[in-house]
Design a protein around this ligand. Structure first.
Ligand code: CUA
Length: 351
């Protein structure tokens, strides 16, 4: 009886410690800025769901840890108790009903809430825009529907602010995952099927697009940009893109009307940038995923270099695998840009 009494006397202090720890944990969980800027309407619902999960989970974690730590300390084996068996305890039906029912109620409530949030963010929107997103090793291409149904390809994602958009996500080769962290949602790009999700961008700016599924050697460089701009700016960009105007709408370095700059294109203009995979001393690039261009381009002519950009599978450098370099530069770069890139590389190769 003495044991039990001293055990009970610990209950109040334990409850107090648990409550204070829980409050601190919840405060910390809510104060830490876990996520990037929320740039879509859906992001707010998702962030609120996260906050609710933190508020509910922290006290449960604290409760379990407090009981575990207290038990380890209180019921530890003392010297001379090595051969002692524990007290013969039988089940306590009331307690078991209680600790089964409470977690079940919490789980059902959280699942229902999460379902409602999911239902809301997946709901079809009136006048939504469609963008076809195609993943391949190791780049994304975004296809817009131009007038007359003709598709317009871009290696940068442009979205008009405030307009709902549905992404139809596809893959040309292996599993990828289309993710703009600022929009919060993501979905696998699965070969052979089209997956989709919707967001409504509400913040102008440039946000990273990343691949969130390990897809091969270049997975880490499968990064592009999502530009959220005003509706007028977007229409402008799309019209320019459609005309195939010099510079491809000016979103790439070396674009924008003037003669494209091959070196800038190499370093950061093309997407993914050549320099993220290739080494080229002249451009300060040190990538090692693809062949070292200081070595393999020596003495090569413009024909070979242009073909290597547009059809990388035609002549693969020794020791490297076919299919690693994106095959869509021929579509996503403007002819003038490919020419500028080729001219630049020819000039470097002949040094
Ligand atoms: Cu594509 Cu990782």
């Amino acid at each position: 009886m003495g044991e039990e009494k001293s055990g009970r006397s610990h209950v109040l202090p334990l409850v107090a410690i648990g409550a204070i720890t829980s409050l601190c944990g919840i405060a910390l969980g809510l104060l830490i800025d876990w996520f990037p800027v929320a740039a879509s309407e859906q992001a707010h619902d998702i962030d609120t769901l996260w906050d609710v999960l933190v508020i509910v989970s922290v006290p449960i974690f604290v409760l379990v840890e407090t009981v575990v730590l207290y038990s380890v300390w209180k019921f530890r084996m003392r010297p001379g108790e090595e051969l002692k068996d524990g007290p013969p305890i039988h089940g306590n039906t009331r307690l078991e009903v209680f600790w089964t029912a409470i977690p079940a109620i919490i789980l059902v409530a959280l699942c229902s809430y999460a379902y409602v949030v999911l239902h809301d963010i997946e709901e079809a929107q009136a006048n939504e825009m469609r963008v076809r997103v195609v993943g391949e090793q190791f780049t994304w291409t975004f296809f817009y529907r131009g007038p007359g149904g003709k598709e317009i390809a871009s290696n940068q994602l442009y979205l008009p602010k405030g307009k709902p958009v549905k992404f139809d996500v596809q893959s040309k080769d292996v599993l990828h995952d289309f993710w703009v962290p600022a929009f919060r949602q993501k979905i696998d790009a699965v070969p052979g099927i089209t997956t989709s999700y919707r967001i409504t961008p509400i913040k102008a700016g440039t946000f990273p697009v990343v691949c969130a599924e390990l897809c091969g050697l270049g997975h880490s460089v499968m990064r592009q940009s999502a530009h959220v701009v005003s509706g007028a700016k977007f229409d402008d960009w799309l019209a320019k893109k459609q005309q195939g105007a010099a510079g491809g709408g000016g979103e790439q370095a070396g674009g924008g009307g003037a003669k494209p700059d091959g070196k800038a294109l190499f370093a950061s203009g093309a997407s993914p940038a050549c320099g993220s995979c290739h080494t080229l001393a002249d451009a300060g690039a040190t990538g090692t995923i693809g062949p070292n261009l200081d070595q393999v381009l020596k003495g090569k002519d413009a024909g070979f270099i242009q073909e290597s950009i547009e059809k990388p599978g035609a002549d693969v450098a020794k020791g490297f695998q076919d299919g690693i370099m994106p095959t869509n530069y021929g579509d996503t770069l403007q002819p003038e840009q490919i020419k500028a890139l080729t001219d630049y590389l020819v000039q470097v190769a002949s040094k």
